[in-house]
Design a protein around this ligand. Structure first.
Ligand SMILES: [Zn+2]
Length: 149
């Protein structure tokens, strides 16, 4: 299969996954609203609600994060940069993309990044970088929705 076809196929998978995640996130939000309406003032119920809210919001956070990764990948596809290493511009092998659809680095640059985070002991900084990326992706989702629909 040509690389372009593989990426188009990947795009269909990502779009489906994105719809599923959006529905799940909508469900979480409506659940949270229900909890809010049911608040009776009872301390035990309130504690249970807090736990449920906590679980829901943690799930929502994981789903939001994946949603941001998908949006990022789709955006890269739109710009024709999907599957190209963000660091060195090399083509990322299709096998790697199939295993890691959101990969933005080729194996060499990924290894280099991991080596740097290990030697510098800056693994916390790396996750921070990821968080900031995810958040800036989220802010652009609303703009992207207009394009897609
Ligand atoms: Zn690279």
């Amino acid at each position: 299969m040509a690389r372009k076809d593989s990426i188009l196929k990947m795009r269909q998978l990502l779009l489906k996954r994105r719809d599923a995640l959006r529905k799940a996130l909508d469900g979480d939000l409506s659940l949270l609203k229900e909890f809010g309406n049911q608040t009776s003032g009872d301390v035990v119920d309130f504690a249970l609600d807090s736990v449920q809210d906590e679980i829901s919001s943690q799930l929502a956070e994981v789903e939001s994060r994946e949603l941001a990764s998908i949006e990022n990948a789709l955006e890269r596809m739109r710009k024709g940069r999907y599957g190209l290493c963000e660091h060195c511009g090399a083509k990322i092998p299709m096998a790697r993309l199939n295993a890691l659809p959101y990969a933005t680095l080729c194996i060499e640059c990924q290894r280099e990044a991991e080596r740097q985070s290990e030697s510098g002991g800056t693994s916390a900084d790396w996750s921070k970088v990821f968080d900031e990326t995810a958040e800036s992706d989220l802010t652009s989702i609303n703009d992207l929705e207009i394009d897609v629909s």
